[in-house]
Design a protein around this ligand. Structure first.
Ligand SMILES: Cc1cc2nc3c(=O)[nH]c(=O)nc-3n(C[C@H](O)[C@H](O)[C@H](O)COP(=O)(O)O)c2cc1C
Length: 323
């Protein structure tokens, strides 16, 4: 029996989109738009917010949209609706997904737990405690990635870690001026701006230049940020996918966000040092040859630290398209 599509209540729409936009996005560009159509939510990429120098193919843009999609699915289920997803439902390359909320469900305890973690997850660029992440926690994060069709592994082998740290520094040295100019427009922004990475979220500069780290504003705001000693033995981890097309990037974004929410539930914080993934000549080298073949999509630094402050989001009215 089919029933007619109903309209989603305005309060539910607000709850869904508020959860979606809390997702991480590259440089906090928030490159997403939503269209509500009866009881379906369409997720679209907003190319006017794409980092065209750093991310010409739109991989990071689609991963950001994938992260928002995962939050939207969790919110749908938390509020008692199925969130049935169709990826790329039309020939429009920017129409990333349709989430159908027609059916009713009881959320599982895991959905509720991950949903509750959404407002507590923030990228944390501070030094972490000198305390390893237990293997059982890494396993839980790997399971989270796999549930979304991605994979995740920690880099434990000392020689492999050194290789990765070298790649991070090679990528820093290879930054091209266009990418740096674009990055300046989005990072170290005023704390009141509703997008971009505010100065207060950049974190301090590592005293030891060998620290695996990504300084989003190299050479800028130095006295405001100061210097700090970072953990000596950071936990580095990589998220991979089996393919490397638009669908894989949305999958990677959903996997990323499920890993981050599961990490938040475990009391962990995370940041990223993705610079070698953005340089075509270095990206494939990030892959650990001892791991199954997969395309590296995100390079994490994980650990324990006090929660970082939230960054701002644009009002949801700005991301919901009219009819
Ligand atoms: C695809 C993607 C790539 C990112 N790359 C980096 C990175 O290399 N370094 C970094 O510090 N943050 C990175 N971030 C984190 C964003 O800067 C962060 O999500 C955004 O500023 C919003 O802040 P929040 O995560 O605290 O909500 C990335 C996020 C996404 C989704």
């Amino acid at each position: 029996m089919t029933t007619t599509a109903e309209h989603l209540a305005p309060t539910l729409i607000r709850q869904l989109i508020t959860a979606a936009v809390a997702a991480p996005s590259v440089h906090n560009t928030q490159p997403w738009l939503f269209r509500i159509d009866h009881d379906r939510v369409h997720v679209l990429a907003d190319t006017s917010r794409q980092l065209t120098a750093q991310d010409p193919e739109g991989r990071a843009m689609l991963m950001s949209c994938g992260a928002a999609l995962l939050n939207l699915r969790l919110a749908a289920e938390h509020y008692g609706h199925t969130g049935t997803v169709t990826l790329f439902p039309t020939s429009d390359q920017l129409h990333i997904a349709t989430v159908d909320l027609h059916g009713r469900v009881h959320p599982t305890a895991m959905v509720d737990e991950l949903f509750a973690a959404i407002p507590n997850r923030h990228t944390n660029r501070m030094p972490y405690e000198d305390r390893p992440v237990p293997p059982a926690v890494i396993e839980a994060l790997t399971e989270a990635a796999r549930q979304e069709g991605a994979d995740f592994y920690a880099v434990n082998e000392p020689s492999e870690r050194r290789r990765l740290v070298d790649l991070i520094h090679d990528a820093d040295a290879a930054q091209n001026p266009e990418v740096m100019a674009e990055s300046r427009r989005w990072t170290g922004v005023e704390d009141s701006r509703p997008d971009g990475v505010p100065a207060g979220a950049l974190g301090p500069i590592p005293q030891d230049p060998a620290t695996p780290h990504r300084d989003l504003a190299p050479g800028r705001l130095i006295s405001a940020r100061g210097f700090a000693v970072f953990e000596h033995d950071p936990t580095l981890a990589v998220l991979t996918t089996n393919n490397d097309d638009r669908t894989a990037w949305v999958t990677a974004g959903q996997g990323l966000q499920r890993v981050l929410l599961a990490a938040t539930v475990e009391g962990l914080v995370a940041t990223f040092a993705n610079q070698p993934l953005e340089a075509p000549q270095l990206r494939w080298l990030v892959r650990d040859p001892d791991q199954p073949i997969g395309y590296p999509q995100m390079l994490f630094r994980l650990g324990y630290a006090p929660t970082a402050p939230a960054t701002l989001r644009r009002p949801i009215e700005d991301v919901i398209l009219g009819d």
